[in-house]
Design a protein around this ligand. Structure first.
Ligand code: HEM
Length: 456
């Protein structure tokens, strides 16, 4: 294992880690500009040039980019209480409000405890049938020989699945509107510079477009909440649990709180999984040998019928494929925190208010942990690699107390959607179409992934 090489705290007391501006004063907007233009390239460059910890400065604001599993473990696990979510996530509160992804401390803990039962294994097992049914429903409209955007298709399917399983709402009729609003918000969110520098209340054309998109999403969410309150029905889903919950003083969640949690789960719960699936199809289309093995496993385990929960545990090769796809194209490509008190990290003393960021994209492609890191090789995971790696060399779902609540949900869903579709179709990529990763809040294909459907 590659050891962390950090200076002693005594040697660096009062110093800031080296970075792009230590030799040459790079202006705030310049550094933020290159980060904003090409974050994947920028962070990869930082890791290659400055090592495990890079000091970045944006005016008075300091952000350390860390690139070693032990340092990431320090932030997410060992000192988790000394960090809050990043400025970028805070700037996204106009969308997520005080939902699970963005809230902090005791408020977050209470909400997490309330939501957790909806994600217990036994509970999500009951969602398997819905996941397959909604995928099959989508396939009814597909025909061999036609061209479809795989990414748009995956977004539609995962949106309907999360709508049905967590909110018992059929969002089929809203899919277009939700899709368009989301598309716009994610596209605008990719401009970190604008997000960080221009507060949401400033009526710039971008902010006005964001506000309109949020309003559209909200209208749908409030409608679902109102319908449920009116019916008083206990559908046994997340929304019923959140509606039923009472504080010690007897008060219930307000519509605003419900809106925040619902919008968070709607977005966190479908966009990420859709990206994971899209990148997997794209990789499979370029690796026929992997695709063939996947087909062989599906034929042996599922045999052409609708896949079930029982099959999920048996689809071992499919699991390797998804694990490897999440390594190369992690939907959550980077994470960030801010210190809430002074602390030591990697031998440096970081003042309160220092940002700390790290990237799955960079870490997952690090030759210290992965042979031939840029290659798609599902077999690398076959002999227990996951157990040998340091905990945070591979972390598509984050870790520590703020670990993704939908981890098991997402993996089960991705397996079932993949198994349902791969038995019926394979995708042939449209030649000449550039498939480029766009690192917005999540890592998505910038211009979609058009492909020709080939019936099997
Ligand atoms: C492949 C799919 C997914 C990936 C890669 C993913 C990744 C992540 C990551 C990295 C975090 C941690 C963020 C941080 O600590 O700053 C997170 C948090 C979260 N995810 Fe996921 N996620 C996926 C699917 C889902 C699904 C299906 C749901 C819900 C149905 C979901 C709901 C959430 C929520 C609510 C949080 C915030 C948890 C908290 O702070 O308590 N995610 N996700």
């Amino acid at each position: 294992m590659s050891a962390l090489t950090s200076p002693t705290a005594a040697a660096t007391r009062g110093k800031y880690p080296p970075g792009p501006d230590s030799a040459r004063r790079v202006k705030f907007a310049g550094q933020l500009g290159s980060m904003s233009r090409d974050p994947l390239g920028f962070f990869t460059h930082c890791a290659r040039t400055y090592g495990d910890i890079t000091g970045l400065r944006y005016l008075n604001f300091r952000v350390c980019f860390i690139n070693h599993p032990e340092l990431i473990e320090d932030v997410l696990v060992n000192h988790a209480r000394k960090f809050h979510k990043s400025r970028i996530l805070r700037a996204s509160k106009f969308l997520f409000g005080e939902g699970l992804l963005t809230s902090e401390d005791s408020f977050w803990l209470r909400q997490r405890r309330l939501a957790q039962p909806a994600f217990h294994r036994a509970r999500i097992a009951a969602y398997a049938e819905t996941m397959v049914a909604f995928t099959e429903r989508a396939l009814e409209g597909w025909h061999g020989g036609e061209t479809r955007d795989i990414h748009a298709e995956m977004m539609r399917i995962t949106l309907q699945i999360v709508g049905k399983t967590l909110f018992d709402a059929d969002v089929t009729r809203d899919a277009k509107e939700v899709g368009e609003s989301l598309e716009l918000l994610l596209e605008l969110a990719a401009d970190f510079r604008a997000t960080l520098l221009i507060p949401i209340w400033v009526p710039t054309p971008t902010n006005i477009r964001k506000a309109r998109a949020v309003k559209k999403l909200e209208a749908i969410i409030y409608r679902v909440i109102a319908e449920r309150r009116k019916s008083g029905r206990d559908a046994g889903d997340l929304l019923s649990m959140l509606l039923a919950v009472q504080d010690e003083d007897g008060s219930r969640m307000t519509d605003k709180q419900l809106r925040d949690e619902s919008i968070t789960l709607f977005l966190a719960g479908h966009e990420t999984t859709a990206n994971a699936l899209s990148w997997t199809w794209w990789l499979l289309a370029q690796h026929p040998e992997v695709e063939q093995k996947l087909h062989a496993e599906l034929a042996a385990v599922v045999g052409g019928r609708a896949p079930t929960l029982d099959d999920v545990g048996k689809l071992k090769y499919t699991e390797l494929v998804l694990t490897e796809s999440l390594r190369l194209y992690p939907p959550a490509w980077g994470m960030a925190r801010i210190t809430t008190e002074e602390l030591e990290l990697g031998g440096y003393r970081l003042a309160k208010g220092t940002g700390v960021s790290f990237s799955q994209w960079v870490m997952h492609r690090d030759a210290r942990w992965f042979d031939r890191p840029e290659e798609f090789v599902p077999e690398r995971w076959a002999d227990g690699l996951a157990r040998r790696l340091p905990r945070f060399a591979y972390f598509p779902f984050g870790g520590g107390p703020r670990q993704c609540i939908g981890n098991a949900f997402a993996l089960m869903e991705a397996t079932l959607v993949l198994a349902t579709i791969a038995q019926r179709y394979r995708f042939r990529l449209v030649e000449g179409h550039p498939v480029v990763p766009l690192p917005s809040i999540t890592l998505r294909p910038r211009h979609g992934i058009p492909a020709v459907l080939e019936a099997r």
